[in-house]
Design a protein around this ligand. Structure first.
Ligand SMILES: Cc1cc2nc3c(=O)[nH]c(=O)nc-3n(C[C@H](O)[C@H](O)[C@H](O)COP(=O)(O)OP(=O)(O)OC[C@H]3O[C@@H](n4cnc5c(N)ncnc54)[C@H](O)[C@@H]3O)c2cc1C
Length: 429
């Protein structure tokens, strides 16, 4: 019997992939399958908040199985290993239980059209000791490992009177926001005894290799960020080229050494290492798959790539777009229209990125950012309540896109009134 529905398979249910499957499953004539190695979706832009403990991960975590049942797509859990373009199948590795006792079988998933949305990772650039001694915030497990060490080091600091030393390498959004949230989480550990001893629990240092912190930001935004970091008593050091990380220190190329209890490596983002082994795709120097103006790989009409996994140039002479949830979300919205149009035999227009700006949230230090109003060439510096609302709006839109307006609004409301945000690591003693 002839198949009537086009099989669309989306690999990766992150910021972009999940929005796309939810939108596609509303269209008729499509049979939509999502594949992810995890059983739950996590909103990655808040990973540093889970790590700091200033928000509970349950607020932003959703089961793919339940979402699939609710939104009408199929979900297959497994790690994508290869794509066979000729056979039009994706290979998934076997799924093994944590204790290794039970193994679910590996599988091949057939597709008519495929979307790769497998995200990116923080590269170590071959720096010695990063793998062994530093934490990179790429997955929920990383945030949990960090939090575990963070709690132990603060308890130790309270006992010994010696502040815990946290070094964050990289002064982009992840590094600076994490630092601010750590300062907020510290409050949960301050007891009357600590106050009476006028004791510090946490020394935070941000190290940046570039001559100025927040490379790429406008000088206005940089000044505003530095001002906030200063208010939060967070030290910064630019021009710090890191040679290696040891168990208890960060080392600079010029021999300087910063004693450290926890090192966080937050220096940039490249494509997921699994991308290069998937198939015969062209890769850029940041390990992302090169795509054409319609987000398709140049050697296959049926394969699209989006989000952090894609190397998309808005024009032939411009740099590829940086990896952001903002971009992944816009690409999801584009593909949600372009794919059904292509299936119906049409020729969809090209993807156009609308840069809405850059926003940062410093917990108790407030929010700041530069936004691009009405696609003007001039960015506008924003602060205070407006910046905070704009910062949260990207996750709000994600919640609506994934849960629908009614449930999305309930989730947003629950988030707003939740007692598990703020200094969630509150301990008594
Ligand atoms: C701490 C932090 C803060 C950030 N803050 C912001 C911000 O404020 N604003 C902003 O715009 N962006 C921010 N970002 C960047 C943003 O999170 C990413 O750009 C965005 O998540 C990319 O979306 P994506 O869909 O491409 O990939 P991801 O969201 O990374 O999703 C990839 C998915 O693929 C799955 N996967 C990976 N490998 C496999 C495999 N082999 N097989 C099966 N599944 C697999 C993963 O489980 C995941 O679900 C932040 C990132 C971090 C880490």
């Amino acid at each position: 019997m002839a198949r009537s529905r086009e099989r669309i398979v989306v690999l990766g249910g992150g910021a972009g992939g999940l929005e796309l499957v939810c939108a596609l499953s509303e269209k008729s004539g499509l049979d939509v399958t999502l594949v992810d190695v995890c059983g739950t979706h996590i909103w990655k832009p808040r990973l540093h908040e889970f790590a700091a403990g200033t928000v509970s991960s349950t607020l932003s975590e959703m089961s793919f199985y339940l979402l699939a049942a609710k939104r009408g797509f199929r979900f297959e859990q497994g790690c994508v290993t290869t794509i066979d373009r000729k056979a039009q199948t994706v290979r998934l590795a076997p799924v093994t239980s944590h204790d290794g006792a039970i193994e679910g079988p590996g599988r091949s998933i057939p597709y008519d059209r495929l979307v790769i949305a497998l995200g990116g990772v923080t590269p170590d650039f071959g720096t010695e000791g990063v793998k062994e001694y530093a934490i990179r915030l790429d997955r929920k497990e990383d945030a949990e490992i960090f939090r575990d060490r963070f709690v132990a080091s603060l308890l130790k600091a309270r006992e010994t009177g010696e502040p815990a030393r946290i070094s964050i390498i990289g002064s982009g959004a992840t590094g600076t926001e994490l630092a601010a949230h750590l300062r907020m989480a510290e409050r949960g550990f301050i007891t009357e005894a600590v106050l009476s001893r006028d004791q510090r629990l946490l020394d935070i240092l941000i190290l940046e290799a570039a001559p100025e912190i927040m490379p790429g930001a406008s000088s206005e935004l940089r000044r505003a960020v530095l001002e906030r970091l200063g208010t939060l008593d967070i030290a910064t050091r630019s021009g710090a080229k890191i040679a290696g990380i040891e168990a208890e220190a960060v080392l600079a190329e010029d021999g300087e050494r910063w004693p450290t209890d926890i090192a966080v490596w937050a220096a940039g983002l490249v494509g997921n290492p699994c991308l290069k082994d998937l198939c015969d795709f062209e890769m850029d120097k940041k390990q992302r798959i090169v795509v054409d103006p319609c987000l398709k790989v140049p050697n296959d009409e049926r394969i699209y790539v989006m989000g952090d996994a894609a190397s998309f140039r808005p024009s032939p002479d411009s740099d590829p777009l940086p990896p952001t949830a903002q971009c992944a979300s816009q690409q999801a919205a584009y593909l949600a229209k372009a794919i059904p149009e292509a299936v119906a035999g049409g020729r969809p227009g090209q993807f156009e990125f609308n840069d809405q700006g850059r926003l940062l949230s410093f917990a108790s230090g407030g929010s700041v950012g530069s936004i691009n109003l009405f696609r003007s060439k001039q960015d506008l510096l924003v602060r205070g309540q407006f910046a905070t609302a704009a910062y949260h709006s990207i996750q709000r839109r994600h919640q609506w896109a994934v849960l629908g307006y009614l449930l999305g609004t309930v989730a947003i409301f629950a988030d707003a009134i939740s007692p598990t945000k703020g200094p969630a690591l509150k301990l008594h003693g």
